[in-house]
Design a binder for this molecule. Structure first.
Ligand SMILES: [Zn+2]
Length: 194
């Protein structure tokens, strides 16, 4: 077989252009519900604008509620299986704070809000990301119900996170997160890993 494309020396993580107008990056968010509403709105917009799968995420500074980064599922748009919403949010947060860890001693702690329970890859990345807290809307079962494969996630996976000091809260605005999944299915969106 002859390659018709040259070898790549980089790969870009980027958000769809609509995010610039849809998100106020200077805003501070007070409550878990308010933070989760942003993650879910991003998931919903991603579906409606057809820029990716029905998943959104955001990273906040824990003490102040300052928004640090957002992510939307970008697997199909950027031809990159690793670009789940959480992965995009982590990568852009670390770029913004110029650190490979969101948990550096002496710096503010961070938390991830995600519209749907993280898959095996994203839970792994959560461990390495340095976040201190993860808040989840729709459940793994909600994602599986529309055909997405969440991979090998076990109760022990969460135990491992807890042992490392990461708090996890499930089911915040679950119905709203699940409604986005349902909308994606209703619109016939592709299931790229099912
Ligand atoms: Zn994932």
């Amino acid at each position: 077989m002859r390659w018709d494309r040259p070898p790549m020396l980089d790969a870009t993580v980027s958000l769809p252009t609509w995010v610039r107008d849809a998100v106020d990056f200077e805003a501070r968010y007070e409550s878990d519900d308010e933070k989760m509403r942003l993650a879910i709105r991003l998931a919903d917009e991603n579906v409606l604008r057809k820029t990716g799968g029905p998943f959104g995420a955001a990273v906040f500074e824990r003490g102040t509620g300052q928004l640090i980064s957002v992510g939307v599922n970008s697997v199909v748009r950027l031809n990159n299986c690793t670009l789940h919403a959480e992965m995009v949010a982590y990568q852009l947060a670390q770029k913004r704070i110029q650190s490979y860890s969101l948990g550096t001693e002496g710096h503010p702690a961070h938390e991830l809000f995600t519209s749907c329970e993280p898959c095996a890859m994203c839970l792994g990345a959560t461990l390495w990301s340095g976040v201190q807290r993860v808040v989840i809307a729709a459940s793994r079962d909600d994602a599986i119900a529309i055909g997405f494969d969440e991979g090998p996630v076990f109760a022990e996976s969460y135990g491992y996170l807890r042992d490392r000091g990461v708090d996890v809260r499930h089911g915040v605005l679950r119905d709203e997160g699940r409604a986005v999944l349902q909308r994606y299915q209703d619109l016939g969106g592709p299931v790229y890993n099912g």
